[in-house]
Design a protein. Structure first.
Lengths: 170, 120
């Protein structure tokens, strides 16, 4: 029972980073919703800002690492110019070529918008700190960036999982 | 209001800071997204341009598209952050502009859309 180097990196890219990303999103989202000065004491506010900073920063770092490993480590194996590469296998069959021409072509590009948005969300949280609790407009904008980054990553992640099911990197 | 002003709430200070740096990162996210979309469409339309973006032969044109989009994001963020660092701006308007840019980026990177530009 062994994983090849390619399977290992596909696992890191898709599952390990993806799982951590989900955790960071959940923590960050809860942090945004609970960041209301009327609901917490000064000490509670400080603690929630710290948790929110960790959640949003972790998500931003994870998204950058996920797109970088996907593009620079896993993707070359997917597209290599051999008969048995996932790309070649998908394109060889009319029933599966859309998995490359639609799913992979969309996923490989849209995924790179997520780190921009996640970085913006993390920066807003770090920049305003506890002041974000009273700045409703900035908090809503940060939440929108955070949720949009997550939604984009989910689209890319689901497409990646489906493509891997059809033609895994091995 | 001055950046150094603070509001007191119990024992914790809630600082009020200028919105300029936040406007900078929001606009940079939009600019990075649009640059990515433009490169994706252009590469789809002209094979020679796509080839010129293949800085890494194993990754192919995606290497150039993502490197330039990331450079656009980081570069525009740095420039705008410097220009807006002490400015008070209307974050609502900036968010709308960024939202439009990001929407353009999402449309431009949607495969059925950018494939419309592929030569016959």
């Amino acid at each position: 029972m062994e994983l090849s180097t390619r399977e290992f990196w596909a696992l890191i890219h898709g599952l390990i980073l993806g799982g951590a990303f989900l955790l960071a999103f959940s923590g960050g989202l809860a942090g945004f919703f609970s960041l209301r000065p009327e609901l917490v004491t000064a000490e509670g506010l400080r603690e929630r800002v710290r948790r929110l900073t960790i959640g949003t920063t972790a998500m931003a770092v994870l998204v950058w690492v996920t797109v970088a490993t996907g593009t620079w480590i896993v993707y070359p194996w997917y597209r290599e110019d051999t008969e048995d590469s996932p790309r070649s296998l998908l394109l060889a069959n009319d029933d599966t070529k859309d998995w490359h021409e639609f799913a992979m072509e969309w996923k490989e590009h849209i995924a790179w918008i997520a780190p921009f948005l996640a970085t913006a969300a993390a920066f807003i949280v770090i920049y305003y700190g506890a002041g974000l609790a009273r700045n409703h407009g900035a908090r809503r904008i940060a939440m929108a960036c955070f949720i949009a980054a997550f939604a984009i990553a989910v689209v890319a992640g689901i497409l990646g999982a489906l493509i891997t099911k059809k033609a895994p990197v091995m | 209001m001055e950046a150094s002003d603070v509001r007191e709430r119990g024992e914790i200070e809630l600082p009020v800071r200028p919105d300029g740096p936040v406007a900078a990162v929001l606009l940079a996210a939009g600019i990075g997204s649009v640059v990515l979309a433009v490169l994706v469409i252009w590469a789809e339309a002209k094979e020679s341009f796509a080839d010129s973006l293949a800085y890494d032969l194993e990754v192919g044109p995606l290497s150039g598209k993502t490197l330039w989009a990331t450079a656009a994001f980081l570069g525009s963020w740095a420039i705008l952050a410097l220009a807006l660092r002490r400015r008070e701006v209307d974050l609502g308007k900036v968010a709308v502009i960024s939202g439009v840019l990001i929407a353009l980026g999402l449309v431009g990177t949607f495969a059925p859309f950018f494939q419309l530009f592929a030569p016959d």
